[in-house]
Design a protein around this ligand. Structure first.
Ligand SMILES: [Ca+2]
Ligand SMILES: [Ca+2]
Length: 198
């Protein structure tokens, strides 16, 4: 008789333990379902050619530039979510490197062996955005060097980017003729971060 009571108590305790987590589990599920409904799917991705889109992608590599050379970088941004993007900014993180050993001409004028000088002479000539039949230029970036634009937030949108819409961005950069020998064989690495807001 005494033994049976102990067993019963044991079962009761076990049920209480199970009931606790089970109850809060249901509460959690209900809450996260609500969260999903209210926030929707928010996702942007980038592409080099507008056909396949990725969350992370190397967009360009320009090598052996000479002063006076101009290059245009084109890329695409897609709203893959189901929520409008009303604000989309691009931030360039520019790192200046000395690429390998210096040439004698460079050595004569460059006394910083671990920091490159190139980004100062890479000048944005045009930054343009295309959406459908519309297009606009981001005027304030014109004639700014990559060094000056480093870390700055560049707003790209004029109107919201809707679900499945694709934005095309072109950026033309000129290697300034003012660049001297201190830039020979220097390298600039640009990381681009796109921030989308609802
Ligand atoms: Ca240097
Ligand atoms: Ca240099």
């Amino acid at each position: 008789m005494k033994r049976a009571w102990i067993v019963a108590a044991g079962i009761l305790a076990a049920l209480l333990v199970l009931a606790g987590p089970a109850k809060s589990f249901f509460t959690d599920v209900a809450l996260s379902q609500n969260n999903e409904i209210s926030s929707g799917k928010f996702d942007i991705a980038i592409s080099r050619d507008g056909s396949r889109f990725y969350n992370d992608l190397k967009l360009f590599e320009f090598s052996n530039l000479k002063p006076g050379d101009e290059r245009t970088l084109t890329f695409y941004i897609k709203n893959r979510g189901d929520t409008d993007v009303s604000r989309l900014t691009m931030v360039l993180h520019v790192s200046d490197l000395e690429d390998g050993s210096m040439s004698p001409a460079e050595k004569a004028v460059d006394n910083t062996t671990d920091v490159g000088e190139l980004s100062e002479y890479l000048i944005v000539k045009e930054l343009k955005v295309y959406l459908g039949d519309d297009s606009w230029e981001i005027e304030w970036t014109k004639d700014k060097s990559l060094k000056e634009l480093n870390g700055k937030e560049i707003g790209l949108l004029k109107e919201p980017l809707k679900e499945d819409e694709v934005l095309k961005v072109t950026m033309t950069v000129e290697f300034s003729k003012k660049a001297g020998n201190e830039c020979q064989t220097d390298k600039v690495v640009v990381d681009m971060k796109l921030n989308a807001e609802q």
